[in-house]
Write a protein that binds this ligand. Structure first.
Ligand code: CS2
Length: 465
């Protein structure tokens, strides 16, 4: 079996001009794919840093950063070798991050650090009381006393994305390497300003001298990203071996649909992503809300209701009459708050969900509900409660999450785990009050809502087959 390397496959590695933080399957199906298809792709190589686990660096480094993207169409698979990632580093390779960011040729940083990776307080500021954040701030502040020494910066151990990025930006300021744009790609409303806020808060504590440089040289762009990308299984590794004749340790399965809507300034340049189909707009919010509420919201709804009915994938869920009706009810509840048309979008969503060739596990989507429900479901709940109405499908999502916390469905996997697990364990009404108070402190005294969540949870349990 041949190996996948640049001697035999793909394009030569492009010069590193972009850094990505948090390399996962999604980035490899999305931002790296857009860069691969940009008209000026040979001029833009990506240096990618993994998320918490370094495994993808271990898989991709022997493959010179190459991997196979498998586009899973309803009628079969398409295979493509993606060459846009020039180097992969474990997340904790701060020496490499500092070196790249101090290089004037590197002008864009993209990131997918997950919702939890921003370390935000409910008001959006950096949660400086969280131990990993406080530790990082202390380490960085101490290293900076007496001036910036890039070698010393690179030798630090920092665990949180905002402080790591800040260390890189401090090195860039010291090297006077010029303007750079940070483009976060997480499923968060206003991801650019959100990331800007936590990194600036970190700077105010650990590196206040760099604040004027940050304000002048760093642009924070915002974007909406979309491509359903399940986790890799052995089936994909085998499919590449049998159809392509080489060994790829980490191919990525994805759907044919893809969307990227970006706004912001790139004064020092960026790849020609429009030529690959990205949309550049003045205001991302309408697209972001449509995607977060209709797609991610329905995903979250299914992630907790599906398992109660014995359903494990999105395709099975959308084929289940009760769950399908629930999704349509949710779309009717969320849509009135949108500023862009949704009919065609939801029609397309149904066929994306029905794709028989995509095995998207509800358990994968169920992770980190504490971060997802507030941005996907709660804006609709809030809008309806302001009018004194009860959005039944949204309430069902909240009730089903409550049951998930109580141990129904897939095992709980949540970055706020000890806290959210402790929300349940009393009566349904007590649990509902705590869950609601945690997700939306402004609604905590809404008795009617609390009781409806509790009754819905009880009914869901009673209805289980
Ligand atoms: C999903 C998303 O896991 C999840 O929470 O809702 O990963 C979703 O598949 C992507 O945002 C699609 O673009």
């Amino acid at each position: 079996m041949t190996e996948l390397t640049r001697d035999t496959h793909g394009r030569p590695a492009g010069p590193i001009r972009m850094v990505h933080l948090g390399l996962g399957n999604f980035t490899r199906a999305h931002q790296a794919w857009y860069t691969e298809h940009a008209s000026d792709r040979d001029r833009w190589g990506i240096a990618a840093f993994t998320g918490r686990r370094p495994t993808v660096a271990e898989w991709l480094t022997p493959q010179d950063g190459l991997y196979t993207l498998i586009t899973k169409r309803a009628d079969g698979d398409g295979f493509e070798v993606i060459s846009s990632i020039s180097r992969v580093h474990p997340a904790d390779d701060l020496e490499a991050l500092v070196r790249y960011l101090a290089d004037p040729d590197v002008t864009v940083v993209t990131s997918t650090v997950t919702e939890a990776g921003y370390w935000r307080r409910p008001d959006g500021g950096l949660d400086v009381s969280a131990v990993p954040v406080a530790t990082d701030l202390e380490v960085l502040a101490t290293a900076l006393t007496g001036g910036v020494d890039p070698a010393r910066l690179g030798s630090l151990t920092l665990g949180t994305a905002p402080v790591r990025l800040l260390a890189g930006l401090v090195a860039r300021a010291t090297a006077d390497a010029g303007a750079i744009t940070i483009l976060p790609c997480d499923n968060l409303p206003d991801n650019g300003p959100s990331f800007a806020r936590v990194v600036t808060d970190a700077a105010a504590v650990a590196a206040p001298d760099v604040l004027p440089w940050l304000a002048e040289n760093v642009s924070w762009a915002t974007c909406m990203v979309d491509r359903i990308t399940p986790a890799t299984t052995d089936a994909e590794i085998t499919a590449v071996q049998t159809t392509q004749g080489y060994l790829d340790r980490a191919p990525v399965p994805t759907e044919p649909f893809s969307e990227w809507v970006i706004s912001g300034d790139f004064p020092a340049g960026r790849p020609d992503w429009e030529s690959a189909g990205a949309m550049i707009v003045d205001d991302v919010e309408p697209y972001e809300q449509r995607k977060l509420w209709l797609l991610n919201g329905s995903h979250t709804l299914l992630a907790y209701t599906g398992p109660l009915l014995g359903v494990t994938t999105v395709a099975e869920a959308i084929a289940h009459p009760r769950l399908r009706d629930l999704v349509h009810s949710w779309w009717e509840e969320a849509a009135p708050g949108l500023r862009v048309p949704h009919e065609e979008y939801t029609r397309a969503l149904v066929s994306r969900y029905e794709n028989p060739n995509i095995r998207h596990l509800l358990a994968q989507i169920a992770a980190d509900g504490s971060q997802k429900l507030p941005v996907r479901i709660m804006p609709t709940v809030r809008a309806w409660r302001e009018r004194g109405q009860l959005p039944r499908a949204a309430v069902t999502a909240l009730a089903a999450w409550l049951l998930h916390l109580r141990g129904h469905g897939a095992p709980l996997k949540d970055s706020a785990e000890p806290e959210v697990r402790a929300l349940v364990g009393g009566s349904f009404v007590e649990d509902a009050a705590r869950v609601l108070g945690w997700l939306a402190p402004d609604l905590r005294n809404d008795r009617e809502l609390v009781e409806t969540i509790a009754h819905t949870a009880e009914a869901l349990v009673a209805d289980q087959p």
